[in-house]
Design a binder for this molecule. Structure first.
Ligand SMILES: Cc1cc2nc3c(=O)[nH]c(=O)nc-3n(C[C@H](O)[C@H](O)[C@H](O)COP(=O)(O)OP(=O)(O)OC[C@H]3O[C@@H](n4cnc5c(N)ncnc54)[C@H](O)[C@@H]3O)c2cc1C
Length: 284
């Protein structure tokens, strides 16, 4: 197995262009598990840990541009204020060791329907920045990035450079059901982001469909019927939960039944909307 070690972003793009079969390696918390269990044996690994550009984040163009190699620990320590939904999700990932090594870019690269970054990225309206040597930069909205189970819109010669996330302008929540509190793959998860300036609510569903996805009908319901100057109508919150559950396409597996996942999602959606709404009203 070849081991490629670029030290700049340009070298990394060149390596991926010359060896599209090379598997990128960031924190390795997915890749190394797959190698250890012989799930795959790639001809080459492309180690991105020496590419400093990937480990930084910056505020630019009204977005927080989070480098693909930024770890969950950094998101928690440095971005809880501007990206509270993503930071909440980061706190639920694995253990301290996994949060130190694992990255948001790696979560995107793996594109697992159960990845915890995805729901808050969808709810916030994030955009994934990918790049290839031949075609340059492509900006892919998170809602168009996930194509199937562990399949994304990334082409073989492309790498993820960063994810652009709008800083929160209202309350955000992430909630996850698991069989215990830590080191657990989500049975299902849900993220919500209030966008008060646009009078809009964003959603993200995890682990309850072949891909992470938004609950668009539920978002439309709130765009039509939410009165931003009044307490939350419990009947509206209930219908929101029902539409979120209906937006999912869960399966039965060892972690939970489809029926349980749909039910739990409805509860998570209703609860997170209520928490976010209460925060919003208190601040207003
Ligand atoms: C014990 C344990 C617990 C875990 N708990 C959770 C959890 O609670 N929630 C959760 O969501 N995940 C969890 N995971 C999975 C994993 O930690 C996450 O998916 C993490 O985000 C992966 O990041 P990484 O940097 O380690 O990625 P890596 O393992 O380095 O890479 C993951 C994938 O992304 C690709 N990739 C990496 N960087 C790039 C790039 N720049 N461009 C293109 N492709 C790239 C790789 O080729 C690979 O396919 C857990 C894993 C372990 C081992």
């Amino acid at each position: 197995m070849d081991f490629l070690r670029p030290t700049t972003w340009h070298e990394a793009l060149a390596a991926k262009a010359d060896r599209p079969d090379a598997v990128p390696l960031q924190g390795g918390t997915d890749v190394m598990v797959e190698l250890n269990f012989d799930v795959r044996r790639p001809a080459a690994l492309l180690d991105l840990t020496r590419v400093p550009e990937l480990r930084a984040w910056e505020m630019t163009g009204g977005y927080c541009r989070v480098g693909a190699g930024v770890s969950y620990a950094t998101v928690i320590d440095e971005l809880s204020g501007s990206l509270p939904g993503l930071a909440q999700a980061a706190r639920t990932v694995g253990s301290p060791q996994i949060r130190n090594r694992g990255s948001v870019g790696g979560n995107l690269g793996a594109a697992s329907p159960a990845g915890d970054s995805h729901p808050p990225l969808l709810a916030a309206g994030a955009v994934v920045e990918v790049e290839s040597r031949e075609r340059g930069v492509r900006m892919i909205p998170a809602a168009e990035f996930y194509l199937g189970v562990k399949r994304s819109a990334l082409e073989p010669d492309e790498l993820i450079r960063a994810v652009h996330v709008p800083p929160a302008t209202g309350p955000q929540y992430f909630s996850k059901v698991g069989t215990r509190n830590a080191m657990v793959i989500a049975v299902c998860s849900f993220a919500i982001a209030l966008h008060p300036r646009e009078r809009r609510v964003g959603t993200g569903i995890g682990s309850a469909a072949p891909t992470p996805r938004r609950a668009r009908e539920a978002e439309d319901l709130l765009a039509r019927e939410l009165d931003w100057s009044a307490p939350l109508d419990p009947a509206l919150a209930h219908r929101f939960g029902e539409l979120c559950a209906r937006a999912a396409a869960p399966i039965d597996d060892v972690r939970g039944s489809a029926a349980y996942r749909a039910h739990a999602l409805g509860v998570l959606a209703r609860r997170t909307l209520t928490w976010a709404w209460n925060d919003y009203r208190r601040a207003a």
